[in-house]
Ligand binder design. Structure first.
Ligand SMILES: Nc1ncnc2c1ncn2[C@@H]1O[C@H](COP(=O)(O)OP(=O)(O)OP(=O)(O)O)[C@@H](O)[C@H]1O
Length: 305
């Protein structure tokens, strides 16, 4: 599994005490939002087949985190595990900690947007988001405030010009795929969750729509000023979602191991092509310098560890 590129860190080092080297910054994260860590996470399905092994990482507010990897490598499984959505036929080991502690999240503090989120196709965007606001936001909130929240959220996702367009579906074309994904995100962020998980928010979208969706997601924290953790599993993150470590650090990592990204090529495309083992040709010849892909993955994993 080659999902997360963030450099592994032991959990006890992620949450330094005040006055330590990173204390100020970390304390700010704690005040602003939450610090999410997962340590040595493994998932096995019935029959003993491992899907994830020894995943360690962290996500902090303010930096959208992209979980990248070829199809079937376990991106959704990692998200499902972190969010406690694994099915009954799986078993898991390891720790998932919030601000250094194992704790349950209160209603509305986390949201998970999936590709399969159901939208009522006969509603307009305005109706879908306004009704959701009425249902999700607390009774103590005035109706006018709920409506204002819905309006702001629609604007944050850049959907104000399509407010009165029907969502649509089979037989009655309405919104585009990218707009539908943004409506799903709108509905999930109405409660201003501190943790936002998105499973393949750009799947099936062209590069321009992907860019638009990702840039809206990436700019959420500046817009509503919430120190929010955003984790998205993704095939091609484009420029707006940073890799867990910076793109230049990822480039350096691949280059040092002998697989530099050619100039004028999208680094995320290069990383994925280098480790893709879905097709026989990739496995035998490899993408990088004719080295078989399994060997390439082995080199990268050993170097990372
Ligand atoms: N509950 C489960 N039972 C059996 N197999 C599972 C289960 N959950 C995941 N898997 C298997 O684990 C592997 C990883 O699946 P996952 O959906 O996490 O991959 P992915 O990286 O998100 O793929 P894609 O990018 O194609 O959506 C797949 O081979 C999948 O069949």
């Amino acid at each position: 599994m080659a999902a997360s590129f963030r450099k592994s860190k032991p959990v006890e080092n992620i949450n330094p005490t005040p006055g330590s080297k990173n204390g100020c910054r970390s304390n700010r994260f704690m005040e602003d939002g939450v610090l999410l860590t997962w340590d040595n996470l493994s998932v096995t399905v019935a029959g003993g087949r491992p899907i994830l092994q020894g995943m360690t990482g962290y996500a902090r507010p303010g930096e959208p985190l992209a979980i990248m990897g070829p199809s079937g490598c376990g991106k959704s499984t990692l998200l499902d595990t972190i969010t406690g959505r694994q099915g009954p036929n799986t078993s898991q080991a390891g720790h998932i900690l919030i601000n250094g502690r194992k704790q349950a999240l209160a209603y509305g503090t986390s949201a998970y947007v999936t590709q399969d989120d159901a939208l009522i196709t006969t509603l307009t965007i305005r109706e879908a988001v306004y009704y959701s606001a009425q249902l999700q936001l607390p009774d103590t909130m005035a109706n006018s405030e709920k409506n204002e929240r819905a309006k702001t959220t629609i604007r944050e996702m850049g959907l104000q010009d399509a407010m009165d367009t029907r969502i649509g579906g089979w037989g009655a074309k309405g919104l585009s795929g990218g707009q539908k994904m943004r409506v799903s995100i709108c509905i999930k962020i109405l409660t201003r969750p501190k943790l936002l998980f998105l499973d393949k928010p750009t799947s099936g979208l062209d590069s321009a729509a992907s860019y638009y969706v990702m840039s809206r997601i990436a700019s959420l924290n500046q817009k509503d000023n919430i120190g929010r953790i955003i984790i998205a599993s993704i095939h091609q993150p484009g420029a707006k979602a940073k890799l867990c470590i910076s793109v230049s650090a990822s480039n350096e990592f691949f280059a040092l191991d002998g697989f530099p990204c050619p100039s004028l090529q999208n680094p995320s495309d290069h990383f994925l092509k280098t480790i893709n083992k879905d097709f026989d040709k990739d496995i035998e010849q490899g993408f990088a310098n004719g080295i078989p892909t399994l060997e390439v993955i082995d080199i990268l994993v050993k170097s990372y560890c």
